[in-house]
Ligand binder design. Structure first.
Ligand code: ADP
Ligand code: MG
Length: 615
């Protein structure tokens, strides 16, 4: 060993990488060709990074090399080489970038990838597994590289994609990276120039650097977002979406617009077909890149859009941005905040328009992406009401499976109704059968059915819609009109005495007891005291394995109900049994309201009651 050479170092892949490679290599992956797109995309990223380095760094290695991507094929050898003169990698960077998965949540990602099997096609690039996709077609990959930094070395990284990789010294590499893909026996087709050109025109048309195949220029660099709408076809939009989102699906929405005031802006935004977070993949990164006059400023800018809009993909270009803006100063610049507000408003307005003109498509979108809209309501006050207009739900006045909106609710509400009522529960059936709905139904008041665990929280933060308060229908403080035809089975005096007796008998099991007019077919209901989390909310928390604080309810008894009238007689003849009945009624109501955690105590009470009845 001479003084200057270092022995080749063989290292194993991080466990996650090994798993990932195992999936990549063995899964029945239909779109193998996208590995070409991934490698070109990495070359392009690296050139973009170099462009920024040039602005700030001095000791640049081979600064004169052209910023382009060169692809060469060798049919005989069965290889494909993708080379760029971007930033390249140092020894440490090779290990870090091509031996590990940096992305947080990669374990969850792998789990989901395994479970989803076939449908993993569209996500492979989106989760930082881009480079490793080369092993779908290759049995060996070599990466020759030299960092942009003068002090870097010429290096060779090599792997068969099995267990590990080897890094050794290379000779006189130019700045950047040169990826040599040794194709597997049955994948040699990728080494054909014609095949490659067609893959490039399909997946990599929009790369913003010159692309050459065997010396011949194959792309025109175009900033599609700066072109006029009439010059862009649906197909162009689709291909651009797939290019910038690393996707294989079709965009669901395409929003292309420009503005001059108050800020110059050209934006091309897409929503994807599927929501990968919903399928169990980790949280998405920002998907809208920021440009200034066609120059990429930041591919994943924080703060350009609110976090809930992370499912949106595309490009924003603003001439008003200073070219040398740094990522740090960008996050809290007033300009970015303005862009954020403007883009968000515009996007929501667009969705609202789409929801009106294509209600069925909106429902499909809603089914997959409502989570983000709700997150937006909960986190961005400024856009709450506009987002609330996009919400859809079933209600006591819709047929099962049919959805309505707040606006539609208001067209049906009573002239003097100052609230919008809702329930949150596991499903429509349980809310229909529960004790809360009937009082509203008797009075012709619509109640919205919400079934997602975050709905309660979303309603609490939203508070009102177009001046109408949002009120959970299980609240004790709701005052409903009396129903005139109701005839009480108990006199006022009897009611009063029964309440006194119940208050004494139930003790501190409940927060209070009263006679109410809201019930029709149930003897008693437990209501949520003002400002306490609703019972459904707590039941939901429990179901999700979270700790829900114990909550005492207010009981409202129904003086028109047979059971209540009989209880009043029984307490005079057999107070001991009557007390057991009262406790059981209370338990039933509290349990239905999700206010009792441990059903065993309820069962014990029930058994004791049965014992008393069979004496
Ligand atoms: P991603 O591109 O999403 O970061 P990849 O798996 O495609 O994930 O690439 C992993 C990392 O390897 C990149 O982030 C980059 O740091 C490095 N890399 C890959 N290709 C190149 C290249 N041509 N030049 C410089 N660095 C590269
Ligand atoms: Mg990549």
């Amino acid at each position: 060993m001479s003084e200057t050479t270092i022995e080749p170092q063989t290292q194993s892949f991080q466990a996650e990488v090994r798993q990932l490679l195992d999936i990549v290599i063995h899964s029945l992956y239909t779109d193998k060709e996208i590995f070409v797109r991934e490698l070109i995309s990495n070359a392009s990223d690296s050139l973009e990074k170099f462009r920024l380095k040039q602005l700030t760094e001095k000791n640049i290695y081979q600064g004169e090399l052209p910023l382009e991507i060169e692809i060469t094929t060798d049919e005989e050898a069965g290889t494909l080489t993708i080379a760029d003169h971007g930033i390249g990698m140092t020894r440490e960077e090779l290990t870090e970038n091509l031996g590990t998965i940096a992305r947080s949540g990669s374990k969850e990602f792998l789990q989901a990838l395994k479970e989803k099997g076939e449908s993993n096609a569209s996500v492979i690039g989106q989760f930082g597994v881009g480079f490793y996709s080369a092993f779908m077609a290759a049995d060996r990959v070599e990466v020759y590289t030299h960092s942009w930094d003068e002090s870097g070395e010429s290096l060779k990284w090599e792997s068969d994609g099995q267990s590990g990789y080897t890094i050794s010294e290379a000779e006189d590499e130019k700045r950047g990276a040169r990826i040599v893909v040794h194709l597997k026996g049955d994948e040699k087709d990728f080494a054909k120039e014609a095949t490659l050109k067609s893959i490039i025109s399909k997946h990599s048309r929009f790369v913003s650097f010159p692309l050459k195949v065997n010396g011949e220029r194959v792309n025109t660099v175009e900033a599609i977002w700066l072109k006029s709408k009439k010059d862009i076809s649906e197909e162009d939009y689709k291909e651009f979406y797939q290019y910038c989102a690393h996707a294989v699906d079709e965009p669901r929405h395409t929003l292309h617009f420009s503005a001059d005031a108050p800020i110059n802006i050209n934006a091309l935004l897409f929503t994807p077909d599927e929501n990968h977070e919903r399928l169990g993949f980790g949280q998405m990164k920002p998907g809208v890149a920021l440009y200034c006059r066609k120059v990429l400023i930041d591919p994943e800018p924080q703060g350009l859009l609110p976090e809930w809009m992370r499912f949106v993909k595309g490009v924003v270009d603003s001439e008003d941005l200073p070219l040398n803006i740094s990522r740090e100063s960008m996050q809290d610049s007033a300009l970015i905040r303005k862009l954020n507000t403007l883009l968000t408003k515009r996007f929501i307005k667009y969705l609202a328009k789409e929801a009106k003109s294509h209600p069925e498509e909106h429902e499909q979108f809603y089914e997959r992406f409502s989570r983000f809209l709700k997150e937006g309501i909960a986190t961005s006050y400024e856009h709450q009401e506009a987002l609330a207009e996009l919400l859809r739900f079933e209600s006591s006045m819709t047929d099962e499976g049919k959805k309505t909106s707040f606006d539609e609710y208001l067209t049906r509400s009573k002239a003097d109704q100052d609230s919008i009522y809702y329930l949150v529960g596991l499903d429509r059936k349980s809310m229909e059968a529960g004790p809360y709905l009937e009082a509203f139904q008797k009075r012709g008041i619509e109640v919205i059915f919400l079934t997602e665990n975050i709905d309660d929280y979303v309603m609490e933060t939203l508070r009102e819609f177009k001046g109408k308060k949002l009120v959970s229908a299980d609240r004790a403080e709701i005052e409903l009109d009396e129903l005139p035809e109701q005839e009480s089975k108990l006199s006022e005096e009897e009611s009063k005495e029964l309440i006194e007796w119940l208050t004494k008998t139930l003790g501190d099991k409940v927060e209070g007891v009263e006679m109410g007019k809201r019930l029709v077919s149930h003897p008693v209901v437990a209501l949520t005291p003002k400002d306490a989390p609703t019972g459904q909310m707590r039941a939901m928390m429990e179901a999700m394995g979270q700790h829900a604080p114990e909550q005492k309810g207010r009981l409202e008894f129904n003086p028109n109900h047979d059971v209540v009238a009989k209880l009043n007689s029984l307490r005079k003849d057999d107070e001991e049994t009557a007390a057991k009945v009262a406790l059981q009624l209370a338990d039933n109501a509290l349990m239905a309201a999700g206010m009792i955690k441990d059903p065993t105590s309820v069962i014990a009470g029930m058994n004791s009651l049965l014992g008393a009845l069979m004496r």
